[in-house]
Design a protein around this ligand. Structure first.
Ligand code: ACO
Length: 436
């Protein structure tokens, strides 16, 4: 009979250990008993980027990176993108089940009622430099929300968590749009609660002098689908930041600020901006082959390509590619799309990309659509943050309610100096000290 255990023989001591295997994992703490002597700390695993370490048990999102499968709470992303709305997906992500019609209505109403932000927040948005990156403004303003809602500290009170969830999902688009309006020197456009979640975001972004802004329904739906595609992606860099910072029991606004900061980086949420910059730099279809050569020579990376988890076509990239045609029918075709298609065509039959299993990820096409819809490049990661907010909340809540959760605190392998005695500054010579 096969046993769900792993037998480890420590060749340093000749001793054997039998360790349980559960859900295809061993517990790192089970390694601690493996010691060479009584005063040995015990064996640890070393995994700097969590490449092969599960940090939690989660029921939110399932990904099979080899097969290109993505499901939220069991529902395939393709079905949600085609049939659902962002707020319904937000409900599903946070609460675990699709809502009954009355629950969905109540949820939408609750979110809608919280779209306004305290007027003082506009005052410190005003204080940012005129060319401040809107993602920098978003990180700061969402953190500042915690000072407006001290009740958010009651993280183990289910009612408080529910209220902060509504506030966060409702206010992220308002903060995002206000950050944008500030950067272009336009007056803030206040929420219009007659509009849908996404329609209202477009209103706050794009409204000019008209009395009532009416979003184009094709663009409104396209952006709603893009938000759906970004709602969660299991234990990525920003979700990990949300859980790790949240594990100190800080309020959810501070933890979302940390997650938003993680998303700001070019290897994560900044990649769609980089992808568009890369396509613009390539400039024309004729230059694609030359650019691929540079990538293969290690001079640069193909932005929007490759993924830690997907070793197949990112299912979200497939859906976005389909939306692109609908958006371009309204906005006119982006000149970058032909370059992107040619880049994808050449890369997908090139030995380097095949052997490295590099495929387009969600960021490869999303930036082109955002740009066609009129969003400036530096708003791209901000749009990602709006879509990802329900996922961060779901991951945070799951972490808080998991009885195994303790404050996140990895171990290290110390490689620094051994003990040495302090030398007063006057006695140090130039050649024994590090340059400042
Ligand atoms: N272009 C060219 N080569 C690449 C690329 C790329 N985009 N991505 C990975 N590689 C190569 C690396 O050079 C490396 O090659 P080697 O083994 O011959 O040295 C190999 O593939 C593995 O690369 P890693 O960097 O180790 O892969 P990792 O899993 O750490 O990184 C990442 C994943 C960060 C997404 C990477 O593929 C990348 O930098 N892509 C471009 C940026 C991007 O699109 N990011 C968005 C990710 S999706 C998201 O956050 C929503």
């Amino acid at each position: 009979m096969a046993k769900d255990t792993l037998t480890i023989t420590d060749n340093r001591t000749g001793k054997s250990y039998e360790i349980p295997v559960t859900d295809g994992t061993i517990r790192a703490m089970d390694l601690r008993q493996i010691k060479t002597s009584n005063d040995d700390f015990g064996l640890m695993s070393y995994d700097p980027a969590f490449v092969n370490t599960a940090s939690c048990r989660s029921a939110v999102t399932f990904i099979d990176g080899d097969k290109g499968i993505l499901r939220y709470r069991g529902y395939p992303i393709e079905q949600l993108a085609e049939q659902s709305t962002f707020l319904e997906v937000a409900y599903l992500t946070v609460k675990g089940e699709l809502p009954a019609p009355s629950h969905l209505n109540a949820f939408v109403r609750n979110i809608t009622l919280h779209t306004i932000i305290h007027e003082n927040i506009t005052k410190f948005i005003d204080g940012f430099h005129y060319d401040a990156h809107p993602m920098g403004i978003l990180v700061s303003t969402v953190a500042a929300l915690s000072t407006f809602y001290p009740d958010a500290k009651k993280i183990f009170d289910a009612e408080s968590r529910k209220l902060q969830t509504h506030r966060l999902i409702a206010k992220m688009p308002t903060l995002a749009a206000f950050a944008y309006r500030h950067s272009v020197g336009m007056p803030y456009a206040y929420p219009d609660n007659d509009l849908s979640y996404t329609g209202n975001f477009l209103n706050m972004m794009l409204k000019r002098t008209e009395l009532k802004y009416r979003p184009n329904p094709v663009l409104e739906r396209a952006l709603d689908v893009l938000f759906i595609l970004h709602a969660d992606h299991e234990q990525n860099c920003s979700a990990n930041a949300m859980r790790s910072v949240g594990s100190s029991h800080v309020d959810p606004y501070s933890a979302v600020a940390a997650a938003t900061a993680a998303l700001y980086g070019p290897l994560h949420g900044g990649a769609n901006e980089q992808a568009v910059r890369m396509l613009a730099e390539i400039g024309s279809v004729q230059n694609v082959a030359g650019y691929i050569k540079r990538v293969k020579a290690g001079e640069t990376r193909l932005q929007g390509f490759g993924h830690r988890i997907y070793k197949n076509y990112d299912p979200r990239a497939k859906i976005i590619k389909q939306i692109a045609d609908e958006v371009f029918a309204v906005t006119g075709k982006s000149p970058l799309i032909d370059i992107a298609l040619e880049l994808e065509r050449i890369a997908l039959q090139d030995e380097y990309f095949i052997s490295h299993r590099l495929y387009p990820n969600v960021d490869f096409y999303s930036g082109i659509i955002y740009q066609a819809m009129g969003f400036p490049l530096d708003m791209f990661p901000v749009l990602f943050a709006i879509g990802r907010t329900p996922g961060w909340i779901a991951q945070w809540q799951e972490m808080l309610l998991d009885p195994e959760t303790r404050i996140a605190r990895p171990r290290q392998v110390y490689v620094g100096s051994q003990r040495r005695d302090y030398v007063p500054v006057a006695k140090r010579s130039d050649d024994t000290t590090a340059a400042a």
